[in-house]
Design a protein around this ligand. Structure first.
Ligand code: PGA
Length: 252
């Protein structure tokens, strides 16, 4: 088993350029420089290049974009392609976040195309899945995430699966202060690993990192990361507070 531990900060549509640089510097100076945990920051598109240029090579923080276009290039006003991201040395791209699903009506078909573009551009991907409160209450959460995975991952070539990281983000826990209990997170992560094993193979399923996201903070990170199938976190709100985010990173 060769699973990477990852702590990723999704800054969403927050910060201005100075705040973004300050936050990156704080994290860079205060997080453990360990090769055990991969650290990834997802700033807004507009600041990626400045942040990338200001990074020290010592801490090895990786940088990702929060989205990319499903198209390669051309007359798509306002879109940003995976190739453009690669050309500014972006490492990762986030695809399938629930906010993209919910506010921008993005679909599995689009996520598949985006992943295809990202893979062509040689970007790594964090692909997010997760059920909403209604689906959890009606006990359809397993089927929902299975469908979300199947619809997208069945289009990913087997030899590219090592470019993917998964994030389980129950929508009812995102930005709400309500976190999945370690028990519940572990149950779902194990389930996701089984689905991956059905789509690809047991070996690939054992080697893919699955992150938890949804009100993860410095108080609950350790017990979540201690779960055998939780390989780290995708952090929203708490990643905007430097010392909180560093505590989360350092809780591994
Ligand atoms: P949160 O967001 O940590 O603020 O709940 C997580 C996410 O949306 O990635």
């Amino acid at each position: 088993m060769n699973r990477k531990k990852i702590v990723a900060g999704n800054w969403k549509m927050n910060t201005n350029l100075n705040e973004a640089l300050e936050l990156m510097n704080f994290i860079q100076n205060n997080s453990v420089s360990s090769s055990q945990v991969e650290k990834i920051l997802f700033p807004p598109f507009a600041f990626i290049k400045s942040i990338k240029d200001a990074l020290s090579i010592i801490n090895k923080i990786k940088i990702g974009a929060q989205n990319c276009s499903e198209y390669n290039f051309g007359a798509y006003t306002g879109e940003i392609s995976a190739n453009m991201l690669k050309s500014i040395s972006c490492d990762y791209v986030l695809i399938g976040h629930s906010e993209r699903r919910r506010y921008f009506n993005e679909t599995s078909k689009q996520f598949s195309l985006k992943i295809e573009q990202a893979l062509k551009a040689d970007l790594k991907i964090i692909f997010c899945v997760g059920e909403n409160l209604e689906q959890r209450k009606s006990n359809s959460h397993f089927n929902i995430v299975k469908t979300q995975l199947n619809e997208v991952l069945s289009h990913v070539p087997k030899d590219k699966i090592n470019k993917l990281v998964l994030a389980y983000e129950p929508v009812w826990a995102i930005g709400t202060g309500e976190t999945a209990s370690p028990l519940l997170a572990q149950e779902m992560h194990l389930y996701l690993r089984n689905v991956i094993s059905q789509i690809f193979s047991e070996d690939l399923a054992q080697n893919i990192s699955i992150l938890y996201g949804g009100s993860c903070n410095s108080q609950n990170a350790k017990e979540l990361f201690d779960c055998p199938d939780v390989d780290g976190g995708l952090i929203g709100g708490a990643s905007l507070i430097g010392h909180e985010f560093c505590k989360i990173i350092n809780s591994f």
